[in-house]
Write a protein that binds this ligand. Sequence first.
Ligand SMILES: Cc1cc2nc3c(=O)[nH]c(=O)nc-3n(C[C@H](O)[C@H](O)[C@H](O)COP(=O)(O)OP(=O)(O)OC[C@H]3O[C@@H](n4cnc5c(N)ncnc54)[C@H](O)[C@@H]3O)c2cc1C
Length: 157
Amino acid sequence: MGAVLQASLYRSAADRQRLREQGITVRLVKGAYLEPASLAWPRKEDVDASFDKLAEQMLRPDGCLPDGPLRNALATHDRERLMRAQRFAAGMGVRPQQFEFQMLYGIRRDLQRELLKAGWQVRIYIPYGTEWFPYFMRRLAERPANLVFLLRNVLAA
Ligand SMILES: Cc1cc2nc3c(=O)[nH]c(=O)nc-3n(C[C@H](O)[C@H](O)[C@H](O)COP(=O)(O)OP(=O)(O)OC[C@H]3O[C@@H](n4cnc5c(N)ncnc54)[C@H](O)[C@@H]3O)c2cc1C
């Protein structure tokens, strides 16, 4: 079991610290849900900055958890975030076994290949099980462009 941290939430920095102290692995995401400004940064630039800051904390020597089947993960398709994280990890001497990048199945395959080519680990996220329909509807609500993406891929199959 691991936990997901949403970079959009103000509380995530404190949560990350507590999870680290308890040795719980973390997947860092930007955050898919619309939250009030009392809880989360409303502007994308601030969410991105928060993602970078939390990612750097996770990639510092004291932020990485030991090698194992469960690792800390940075889950994003945002090229700028990925570039920054790679530069920071390389500068810190972090080994590829110590964390991983994660992306949704079928999204930004070009970036997935680039990361693999650069020697990093990439895990692909595939929702499955009986609750796939509500999950799918939430993803559509989050990003209506997903419908076009889905139709294009179904028609191309
Ligand atoms: C492995 C994984 C697990 C996740 N788990 C959670 C979770 O538990 N809780 C939670 O709140 N959120 C979760 N998310 C969703 C996350 O919070 C973001 O909403 C989502 O990843 C989109 O943000 P982004 O970081 O890719 O950056 P964005 O700035 O939103 O996107 C960057 C670029 O990526 C591409 N892109 C991004 N999303 C899509 C898409 N759906 N379809 C097509 N292109 C896309 C576009 O080119 C876009 O310009 C998860 C995401 C991933 C990858």
